[in-house]
Design a protein around this ligand. Structure first.
Ligand code: GLN
Length: 251
């Protein structure tokens, strides 16, 4: 079966009809208006399902993106965390670099988490850059090995008025940002989240926590109409395996 679906676009909420539909979930009852396009999650390698699940919880139209023909209706693309060297090779093998650049230049917004942020950076310390869409210098594995992964939390005023939980997994550090880049979260000696007009980068993983703040923020950046106000209200109900229902696991 094809797992590519446009989120709630064709479900009983009737959001593809151009009419407002009623979506009921554990957070709230809210109206979802007709949305102008879909947010894609690049489905080559890495944390794909976790992002899909967050988009679903927000009631946003979403789909997996694997090939050139998947891009036509995208207003946003999430490049997930994973392994940036592997992702960069797969982008080349499947000939997806040019199509990403083409759709970016026609207005598609892009959010890179962790490895995704590395692929979007203008400069990767000691390495060849990939898409070069945001003027940042980033250093891979900058905290050490996988064992140096950690969790913390922070306020990111531009994104939410609530404290946001942060998970860093063999994360990079953004070491510097150009003048056209807005720093969203400055930590000790590094930048953890930043954006320009078309690109959002986070070196941590919002998709691995119950918090929806960054997904909501990206949805707004893509021009979607979001009625959910309380982005962390679902935390009590959310489990870190909630994304499993979207995973293709062979039985
Ligand atoms: N260390 C990985 C890399 O350099 C990124 C890890 C992640 O995405 N969590 O690509």
């Amino acid at each position: 079966r094809s797992d590519a679906r446009s989120g709630n676009q064709s479900d009983s909420a009737g959001t593809d009809s151009g009419q407002a539909g009623l979506v009921v979930n554990f957070m709230s009852v809210h109206l979802v208006k007709h949305q102008p396009g879909v947010i894609g999650v690049l489905d080559l390698q890495g944390g794909v399902h976790e992002h899909l699940e967050h988009l679903e919880r927000l009631g946003l139209p979403y789909k997996r993106v694997k090939q050139v023909s998947d891009f036509a209706d995208l207003i946003g693309l999430i490049i997930p965390g994973g392994e940036s060297t592997c992702l960069a090779r797969l982008l080349t093998i499947f000939d997806l670099k040019d199509v990403i650049l083409h759709h970016y230049h026609r207005g598609m917004k892009i959010w890179g988490t962790c490895a995704g942020a590395i692929l979007l950076a203008d400069k990767i310390v000691g390495d060849q850059s990939c898409l070069r869409l945001i003027d940042i210098a980033i250093e891979r594995n900058s905290f050490g090995s996988q064992l140096d992964s950690f969790t913390t939390e922070a306020r990111v005023p531009a994104v939410s008025d609530q404290t946001i939980p942060l998970i860093f997994i063999r994360a990079p550090k953004i070491l510097s940002a150009g003048k056209d880049v807005k720093v969203l979260l400055q930590m000790d000696d590094y930048i953890a989240a930043a954006e320009n007009d078309g690109i959002l980068v986070t070196v941590f993983h919002p998709e691995l926590t119950g918090c929806l703040a960054f997904h909501r923020y990206f949805g707004l950046k893509c021009g979607l109409d979001l009625a959910v106000e309380n982005v962390s209200a679902g935390n009590q109900d959310w489990k870190n395996v909630s994304w499993m229902k979207l995973a293709r696991i062979a039985s």
